[in-house]
Structures are given as structure tokens and as C-alpha cells.
Design a protein around this ligand. Structure first.
Ligand SMILES: *Cc1c(COP(=O)(O)O)cnc(C)c1O
Length: 445
């Protein structure tokens, strides 16, 4: 058979555009689909079949090809990495009850940007400000897209065209190209480094203070540790210095957690401990240990929060109604002392994890066993603080293929391959996911 004939045969097997349209329309069990979109998708499938002569049409193949459309957006995963806040996996897991309560209130029209007692235009951050006053007794608060934006906005608002004093030990880089020196440039403030990498004393700040000083900036080194011969100026000393010289102090706390999470994170500085030192602006991320959605919360003195509010940049980094509603609900949830999803995860004892692992492994073949492992909070929080965990370990052929199959399953399972073994860390698998995980693993060798 000559190659052209083969190609023609191949083409004869490609269903007609009308047939493809019908098949695609059937992918939705309800709601129908716009005819022009059906036509576009049918043509796309026909083109794909033509371009891949080895592929035979089947509805399953078509469904897989149209996956981004049939199941739009990020795909749910079972996190078996042992990293609790995984930036690539959307950081903090949310709690369905909190999110549903929040969404129900803002689904339709809301008073998002209406003044409290009138039908006139107001500020969208009044919701979070009112709540922050009740929860923490702060003067004022505002909310933006993330903590990085909050830092940039705060620096612009208080120290543009002037100097920002930062310890050399705190010139941090957070993942995703958030480097403090670059943020300063962006914000139009001049970085003035004080002290050294391992030791910065109050007198270092004091000597650098002058009429060019716009603010004193302190960042919590959340994703690394300087150990050994070190000295750090405390926030309390810094705010006292700022007050004496009438210079505002900004504290970037990073993964802000409240004192209710002390059981999870030990002696990391909490929002409450930071507020007790009275920085003029306190900034933290809301999708780390706080367990909310991506946002940066700013608490502090009314004068400075208000300056932030008036920046042009504010319009570009303002949070939307879903974020505002979810965070208001999450803050109340946490400050009532109710556990976050991450806290529940972290509260599981090693005995709990081992029992679940043993149950799962008992249903698997001889290539599987349970081994001790470590889990981490992650997401740039508490570096090097390993928590005891255990893992289902697969020691057989085709580990990478098994890992790939697990990741492609519905929901996907993210495992790790380390030391030549495939590992499923139990600490980050929710107990209610054990059944689904067992079903996925049942097909493994
Ligand atoms: C995580 C972190 C940030 C960035 O927070 P995002 O909300 O991700 O922008 C900034 N500073 C510190 C110290 C952090 O730990």
C-alpha cells in the first residue's frame, strides 16, 4: 500500500465534523453548548486526528483532549509530599465551611464599596478594618493582593524618595523573585543596609538614622535561619527607636500566624506578639499558616495605613470581593480559636499517621511498606523544622511511571521519589482522602 493511500484510509476514519460536534455536545450532561464553540472544538479534534495519524478517534480520547474545558482551571490533588504549605499546590488548604459561608454572602450584590450607613461610595477595606479593630484593637487595617504588594505599597507610602534602613541579615528573598532590594527599588525608596549578615545592633540603626530616613524596615527571616554568632535587633527596640526619632517602623512578619496556632509553630513570632511591640505597620501573608486565600494584610497606625490607601498603586493591587469575604470569615474562625485545615493536619500524632499508613499498606502488594519520614510546614515557614511522619514506600520497578500515573489520576496524587524509592507521605494526606488514595493504589503493582 502506498503512503498516500494509507493517509486517505486514515482520513476516512476521522468522523465528520457533524459527528464530532454531536459527540462534544454530549460531554455536558446538562446546560448545552454554544454552536460556534462546538464547531471550533470539532474542528480542533479533527485537526488533531489528522496531525496524529496513529491516534484513533474515541469519545474518551476526545474528552481527554478537551479536559481544560470540561474541568476548567486547577485540578484537585492529594498532597503526599509531606510539605503542608506548598506554593506550587496553592499554599494553605481551605476549609469548605468557611469558604461556603463567605461565598454565600457575596455571590450577588454586596455593599463592598458602599459607606457603612449610607448609599454613598465608601472604601472596600472598611470591612477588614472594622474587623481588625475588634479582633486586635489596632487603629486601622487594609488588605491587598499579597504580602509582597503590601510591602511595596507600604514602602512607597512612607519612604518614597527617602532611605529605608534594613539589617543586612534581613535582606530576604522569598520564592518567586521577591527580593527585598528589588522591591525597594520598585517602591522608589533607597535601601540603606545596616549591620552585618550575622549581627545587627540597635546602634547600627541609630548611626544610620538621619534626615534622609523614611522608615525602619524589619523582615522576619521566615525561610532561612542565621545561626551561630548572631545578634538581631528586636522589634521592640526598633519601634522604641523609631518613636524617639519620629520615624515609622514597618515589620514584614511573613507567614503571619496568630497565637492560636502556637501548638503548630512553637515559638515563631505571632501577630499578637508583633502587635505588642507596636510597629507602625505590620504586614503578613494570608495564605500561609493563617489558612486563608492569597492576600496581604496590613495592620497599624491610621496615619500610615491611610497613606497606603491613597497611593495610585493601591488601585492595582486591591483585593476582590471573594478574597475580602473569605478572609473576614477566616480571621473570625481563627481568632475564635477554631482550627485551620493546616492546624488539623499538624495535630495528627505519629501514631495516627502510622495507623492510617498500616491500614493502607495492608491492602497493597509485597512491594509496599511503611517507613518513618519527616513532614514540614513549608511555604517559606519554619525552615528545617522537621515533624515526625511516616510514608508509604514503593520499592519496585517503574517508580517514575507509577508516580506519573498517580499524578495524572483523578484527583491526582503528588508523591516524591527520593533515595530511589517512591514515597507517599501521610502527614499531608487528609484522613478523608484515604479511601480515594487506596482506590488509586489498588491499581499499582
Ligand atoms: C511569604 C513572605 C512574603 C510574601 O508573601 P506573599 O503573600 O506570598 O506575597 C513576604 N515576606 C516574608 C517575610 C514572607 O515570609
Amino acid at each position: 500500500m502506498d503512503p498516500t493511500a494509507e493517509t486517505r484510509d486514515q482520513r476516512a476514519q476521522i468522523p465528520s465534523i457533524n459527528k464530532l460536534k454531536q459527540a462534544v455536545a454530549g460531554f455536558w450532561t446538562e446546560g448545552g453548548c454554544d454552536d460556534r464553540l462546538l464547531l471550533r472544538l470539532a474542528r480542533y479534534l479533527a485537526d488533531s486526528l489528522r496531525a496524529e495519524p496513529q491516534t484513533r478517534w474515541s469519545p474518551e480520547w476526545g474528552r481527554r483532549r478537551l479536559q481544560p474545558l470540561l474541568a476548567p482551571g486547577p485540578r484537585p490533588l492529594i498532597n503526599a509530599t509531606g510539605i503542608m504549605l506548598h506554593t506550587n499546590m496553592g499554599r494553605a488548604p481551605l476549609q469548605a465551611a468557611v469558604v461556603q459561608a463567605a461565598l454565600a454572602r457575596v455571590q450577588g450584590y454586596t455593599d463592598l464599596e458602599l459607606a457603612e450607613d449610607s448609599a454613598r461610595r465608601g472604601r472596600r477595606d472598611r470591612h477588614i478594618a472594622g474587623l481588625a479593630r475588634l479582633l486586635w484593637g489596632v487603629e486601622d487595617a487594609t488588605l491587598v493582593n499579597n504580602a509582597a504588594a503590601a510591602v511595596a505599597l507600604a514602602l512607597t507610602a512612607v519612604a518614597r524618595d527617602r532611605e529605608t534602613l534594613v539589617s543586612r541579615g534581613e535582606l530576604i528573598e522569598i520564592g518567586g523573585s521577591f527580593r527585598l532590594p528589588d522591591v525597594m527599588t520598585q517602591a522608589g525608596t533607597r535601601l540603606r543596609e545596616v549591620g552585618t549578615t550575622n549581627r545587627t545592633r540597635l546602634v547600627d540603626y541609630e548611626q544610620a538614622l538621619g534626615d534622609q530616613t523614611g522608615c525602619l524596615f524589619k523582615a522576619h527571616p521566615s525561610n532561612y535561619r542565621v545561626e551561630g554568632f548572631t545578634e538581631e535587633t528586636s522589634l521592640a527596640d526598633l519601634t522604641e527607636l523609631g518613636r524617639r526619632h519620629d520615624v515609622p517602623v514597618i515589620y514584614d512578619l511573613g507567614g503571619g500566624y496568630t497565637e492560636h496556632l502556637a501548638a503548630v509553630v512553637g515559638d515563631e513570632p505571632s501577630i499578637e506578639a508583633a502587635l505588642a511591640c507596636a510597629p507602625d505597620l505590620l504586614i503578613f501573608s494570608c495564605d500561609k499558616l493563617l489558612g486563608g486565600v492569597q492576600a496581604g494584610l496590613v495592620l497599624g497606625r491610621a496615619e500610615y495605613v491611610d497613606r497606603m490607601r491613597c497611593q495610585t498603586l493601591m488601585r492595582m493591587v486591591r483585593a476582590d470581593k471573594l478574597t475580602i469575604s473569605i478572609l473576614c470569615h477566616q480571621l473570625v474562625h481563627v481568632q475564635r480559636g477554631l482550627p485551620t485545615a493546616t492546624a488539623l493536619m499538624a495535630a495528627q500524632t505519629i501514631a495516627d499517621l502510622e495507623r492510617r499508613a498500616a491500614q493502607l499498606v495492608s491492602r497493597l502488594g509485597p512491594l509496599w511498606r511503611v517507613e518513618p519520614d519527616s513532614a514540614y510546614i513549608g511555604g517559606g515557614s519554619l525552615p528545617g523544622q522537621a515533624r515526625p511522619s511516616c510514608a508509604l514506600v514503593y520499592d519496585g520497578p517503574d517508580k517514575q511511571r507509577l508516580a506519573d500515573d498517580l499524578r495524572r489520576a483523578e484527583p491526582g496524587v503528588l508523591a516524591t521519589i527520593r533515595g530511589g524509592l517512591l514515597r507517599l507521605n501521610m502527614a499531608t494526606v487528609f484522613p478523608e482522602q484515604d479511601a480515594v488514595l487506596a482506590a488509586h493504589l489498588a491499581t499499582a503493582p
